[in-house]
Design a protein around this ligand. Structure first.
Ligand SMILES: Nc1ncnc2c1ncn2[C@@H]1O[C@H](COP(=O)(O)OP(=O)(O)OP(=O)(O)O)[C@@H](O)[C@H]1O
Ligand SMILES: O=C(O)C1=C[C@@H](O)[C@@H](O)[C@H](O)C1
Ligand SMILES: [Mg+2]
Length: 172
């Protein structure tokens, strides 16, 4: 049997998937993996470079394969890229898995991501782009989630604790 992640984290850019994912993995005594990092390692270029060189559609195709590989090749905490849930096959693969949607409101999002050019989808007018992204995606995050954990006004440690409680998982 292929390994299955203990927990999958989904949510928008900057919500804290990497930060919380690593804390969660430590608390659970398991490994942490991030599909954005897998893509950068495999491609030998940054995600921003892939977007600029080949466009979003090409990035999504690369991402879909990276997510598929990670979902059957990792038994710890797995964070998916913010847009991975746009793909229907990926959403189907998540059915039956333990999936936490980390959420935040728009003001928190702008604070955390700002005008960071490393996040190509938010490079221009982040507040408006953020609203549009979330209008298109919120229901998809909710569809795949088995638990929703709000991150607004919580430290990464508090978010991690809330995720452990929501999942009823015990620390190692
Ligand atoms: N609960 C929190 N409260 C305040 N700031 C946070 C919190 N969680 C993460 N941050 C900060 O927000 C920024 C984004 O966090 P992080 O990189 O973990 O998000 P991400 O969801 O992995 O983003 P990406 O989609 O780019 O991978 C970082 O600067 C991080 O330190
Ligand atoms: O929300 C998105 O569409 C993205 C989120 C990031 O994790 C990266 O996967 C990339 O910047 C695209
Ligand atoms: Mg991350």
């Amino acid at each position: 049997m292929s390994p299955v992640p203990l927990v999958v984290l989904v949510g928008p850019m900057g919500v804290g998937k990497s930060t919380v994912g690593q804390l969660l993995a430590e608390r659970l005594g398991v490994g942490y993996r991030d599909t954005d990092d897998d893509i950068v390692a495999e491609q030998g270029r940054t995600i921003a470079e892939i977007f600029v060189d080949e466009g979003e559609a090409a990035f999504r195709a690369i991402e879909k394969e990276a997510v598929r590989a990670a979902l059957s090749g990792h038994d710890g905490v797995l964070a998916l890229g913010g847009g991975a849930i746009l793909d229907a096959d990926t959403r189907a693969l998540l059915a039956g898995q333990r999936v936490v949607y980390l959420s935040m409101d728009v003001e928190e999002a702008v604070k955390r991501t700002g005008l960071n050019a490393a996040r190509p989808l938010l490079a221009v007018n982040p507040r408006k782009q953020w609203r549009e992204l979330m209008d298109a995606r919120r229901y998809l995050y909710e569809e795949v989630a088995t638990a929703v954990v709000a991150t607004d006004g919580r430290t990464p440690e508090e978010v991690t604790r809330a995720a452990l409680d929501a999942l009823e998982l015990k620390e190692a």
